[in-house]
Design a protein around this ligand. Structure first.
Ligand code: KG4
Ligand code: ZN
Length: 328
């Protein structure tokens, strides 16, 4: 079995995965959403302190599995340096105490493998990763052959939902609340511009849309009873149109066969339905993670770790360090 730790942002999670069967034997996660909600976003120092509290609590519950462990895995990149270090330090201590090898896992590869929890992986695959930290398209051929073909130049898709929710005073995380509010709104009410619509670049940008929404919110605030549902709906519509617009062009050159959406924001139902529409003419398969594995978790880190263990992709205790930016 492998014990895996995730602490790259605001979720403390530990899993136990059986190597031979890929079975997830244990998975516990403590989210810090409530604590960060008052600030409208993740406060790194606070997140680090909360990990230091939560991780040992979860680890205690995993103690019955210790005697079966063949390795310990941990997210080492990308993420907040001060929170990644909490998981990495704990993983190193376990590796020393139990005399097992340590595996440093890339969180983005983890999101890809969230599709394959307790399952065989299928490749090749085109993946849209939409989370709080990332918006990128990857061509995945195998565990070690992952090419990023497009990414955001500024804010990420999920982050833009968080910032819009903050403007409306709706707390953190913004994705689920904006989605809920948008359900009853008019998607065509506000004519926000699709980002980079005239540009040939295969890239994403959300800062311009965010600022356009800010102006609409300020205007709405002038009213006696501000009602943000139409702004939320129009924002969700254009944020999604930006993705489908760029993907549509990309698909003209690289027709999709198997396409996947992963990451916390892949839970967005409007995005899912629009991507489904886009894939129809290509008769491409759409893969999605189970809802509980869309957002950050340690089950996906364990799933990657199983593959890395089989290939003996271990790190030395001295060399394993945290890297806030990913190299993929
Ligand atoms: O993958 P994740 O848990 O953490 C990162 O690796 O960043 O993603 C969290 C992000 C947050 O920005 C959150 O607002 C967004 O995913 N999110 C959503 C939805 N659910 C979560 N965004 C849009 N619609 C949703 N339903
Ligand atoms: Zn993530």
């Amino acid at each position: 079995m492998i014990l895996s730790i995730e602490s790259s942002c605001d979720d403390s999670a530990i899993s136990i995965t059986e190597i031979e069967t890929k079975k997830l034997l244990f998975h516990k996660k403590i989210s810090q959403e409530m604590e960060h909600s008052v600030y409208g976003g993740v406060v790194p120092e606070l997140a680090a302190r909360l990990h230091a509290e939560a991780l040992p609590k979860i680890l205690e519950q995993a103690e019955p599995y210790f005697k079966f462990l063949k390795a310990v895995a941990v997210t080492s990149t990308p993420g907040l340096a001060v929170t990644l270090i909490e998981g990495v330090t704990m993983a190193k201590a376990i590796a020393v105490a139990l005399n097992v090898p340590i595996i440093g896992v890339n969180h983005l590869v983890g999101h890809v493998y969230s599709l394959f929890i307790e399952k065989e992986a299928v490749f090749p695959l085109s993946v849209l990763l939409v989370s709080g930290g990332h918006t990128q398209v990857m061509e995945v051929k195998s565990l070690t052959d992952i090419k990023t073909v497009a990414k955001s130049m500024d804010d990420s898709f999920g982050e833009s939902f968080d910032k819009v929710a903050k403007m409306m005073g709706l707390g953190y995380p913004g994705g689920p609340v904006i989605q809920e509010l948008a359900k009853n709104g008019d998607r065509k009410k506000h004519n926000f511009t699709i980002p980079l619509a005239q540009s040939k670049l295969f890239a994403f940008s959300y800062s311009g849309l965010k600022n356009a929404v800010r102006l609409a919110v300020l205007e709405e605030n002038e009213k006696e009873k501000p009602d943000y549902k139409d702004i939320a709906a129009s924002f969700e519509h254009i944020a999604t149109r930006h993705l489908t617009h760029k993907l549509k062009k990309y698909f003209q050159n690289v027709p999709p066969k198997t396409f996947a959406i992963v990451g916390g924001a892949s839970a967005n139902l409007y995005l899912r339905s629009q991507i489904e529409e886009l894939l129809k003419p290509y008769k491409a398969d759409l893969l999605l993670s189970q809802l509980q594995y869309c957002s950050d978790n340690a089950a996906m880190i364990g799933r990657v770790a199983v593959e890395m263990y089989k290939k003996e992709m271990f790190s030395s205790l001295e060399d394993l360090d945290v890297a806030p930016r990913s190299n993929i």
